[in-house]
Design a protein around this ligand. Structure first.
Ligand SMILES: NC(=O)c1ccc[n+]([C@@H]2O[C@H](COP(=O)([O-])OP(=O)(O)OC[C@H]3O[C@@H](n4cnc5c(N)ncnc54)[C@H](OP(=O)(O)O)[C@@H]3O)[C@@H](O)[C@H]2O)c1
Length: 242
């Protein structure tokens, strides 16, 4: 069994469906979690807050991450923050493009440099970013989302190079559709029949947050000590049908 005991993990976006499951999995495997959320009325956050080894701080990415002040260095960081905001390119507005990039991409680049400047990453730390298969196979209405994830994937590789001198590893989980509020939002431009045929393209079915949290735990663990700069495809076999 994987063991994350003595690992103190920063999970940015712990109120997301996937982020909350990742936090639960880390706690189950003996680690501790410092999480960030934007909306305090999340049921997932409430459930996590009842558990030992978990603490959380408010951080909206459009503000300074003051919660970093006084923190001890982390053994790992998982960045789960993301928005989807589907819009056809013809009607792309600031919220659908620039604000989306701030949330999906610049939140990660800003946090990475702050963690480095403030020496908040221990040697041999593990960093995991959440990306989407749409970075390679974009969909109608998802131009900005897919582009932001493609940028994030390339940033992860550059970060992996720069942090390799400290034996810090950086990897990306490239996910297909996972049942969550984001999944519900992504369905908006499609008819029921289109959604059914989209789901049918997943040989193993649409994913669950747990299907992402378990491989994430592996990447955080010492079992993945020689894996850096990788993009782990989590898609229930979707690419077999491309
Ligand atoms: N679900 C999928 O099908 C899927 C597929 C591929 C990749 N992913 C990626 O996996 C990650 C998690 O996805 P999910 O499905 O769990 O998403 P989700 O449930 O929709 O959660 C989105 C998260 O982003 C946070 N967030 C949004 N805007 C923010 C802001 N301005 N400042 C701080 N936090 C902000 C939300 O915080 P609050 O809830 O506190 O407001 C929430 O924690 C995302 O990066 C997503 O792109 C998801």
């Amino acid at each position: 069994m994987l063991n994350l005991s003595e690992k103190r993990v920063l999970v940015t976006g712990v109120s997301s469906a996937i982020g909350a499951e990742i936090a639960q999995t880390i706690l189950k495997l003996g680690g501790t979690v410092v999480g960030t959320y934007r909306s305090s009325d999340s049921v997932l956050l409430e459930q996590l807050s009842t558990q030992g080894g978990f603490e959380s701080f408010h951080w909206d990415v459009f503000t300074e991450p003051h919660f970093l002040e006084g923190q001890q260095a982390f053994d790992a960081w998982v960045h789960c923050i993301g928005v989807i905001h589907p819009q056809p390119i013809k009607y792309l507005n600031k919220e659908g493009s620039e604000a989306l990039f701030q949330v999906n991409y610049f939140s990660a680049t800003r946090m990475a440099s702050l963690l480095m400047k403030q020496n908040l990453l221990l040697p041999k730390a593990s960093i995991v970013f959440l990306s989407s298969v749409s970075s390679q196979y974009p969909y109608r209405g998802g131009a900005a989302y897919a582009s932001s994830k493609a940028a994030l994937e390339t940033f992860a590789k550059a970060l992996a190079l720069e942090l390799s001198t400290k034996q810090i590893r950086v990897n990306t989980l490239v996910c297909g559709l996972v049942r969550s509020p984001m999944f519900d939002a992504s369905k908006a431009p499609y008819s029921a029949a289109e959604i059914e045929s989209m789901e049918a393209r997943y040989p193993l079915g649409i994913g669950t947050p747990s299907d992402v949290a378990k491989p994430c735990a592996f990447l955080l663990s010492d079992y993945a000590a020689w894996i850096s700069g990788a993009q782990l495809l989590l898609d229930g076999g979707l690419m077999l049908n491309v």
